[in-house]
Design a protein around this ligand. Sequence first.
Ligand code: FE2
Length: 315
Amino acid sequence: MPVIKVSDLAFGRLQSPSLDEAEEFLSRFGMVRTERTSDRLYMRGTDPTPFIHVTHLGPSKFLGLGFHVDNEDDLRKLAKAPGAKGIENLDEPGGGKRVRLTDPLGYQVDVICGQRAVEELAVRKHTVNWGYDKLRRAGQLMRITRGPSQVKRIAHAVLMCQGAKEKTRWYREMLGFIPSDEVYAGPKENIIASFNRCDRGDTYVDHHTFLCFEGPNTGLNHLSFEVPSYDDLMLGHEYLREANKYEHVWGIGRHLLGSQIYDYWKDPWGRVHEHWTDTDVLNARTPPNLLSAEEGLVSQWGSPPPQSFITHAIP
Ligand SMILES: [Fe+2]
């Protein structure tokens, strides 16, 4: 049994040399500022969560991840785990409490609960008349407002390291992640990537929330954010491209594992941020799959990942 079961990813925590440049990129990527101080920037999506992305001022660095739990009992249990700090008040937008851990790679993990919700932001909807469901927009014209994607929520985080299997075990034992798909290279015991989801019993959750894969570098491979529709993802792609200052990494395509339609961009310091829409959702009853790298790490459509992305990690 794991120590606790987290209910979702809460935020990614990065450090950046310029809060102005960070805010400019994240706004263009489709997040909205919640709060900015002289040395912190908090950004949100349209969901009623006060922040999903934190930037500390300082040299470029990945600092860690935050996860939600549903109640304080879980924090009390976690506070007794090896290496855990005690329960602290969270001095960040929305307040609440947290327990801090250090993961096996040395990154900070904040497990939080009791954060005050904020008002959901209005979302422009794009209703589509697909061939098999042709009357969803009956009598209405499609007229799209151009602009950034409307980031809804943070969805998953991907780390790269050596000994990914062991590192993943820590996340499972501490935070209750369960495997959706595992990918091997050569012998079947040689797991090189592990796609993990939250265990929320019968409730359906995203195919993966935490993924760790084997690679030559150590650190953050990417943070990933859900957007509400394919049109929204494409609008965001054009809006980032029109800025003429951000590097496009990979996409647009549809993953096999998780099935998301994806689009990957680098921020000014090379940290990869992904937009996706339309994921597989599973509950705790779905058994894990084991696939070879050739079978699993492919796209259902769209180009294969560039080599630079497969080896990419920011410490
Ligand atoms: Fe991703």
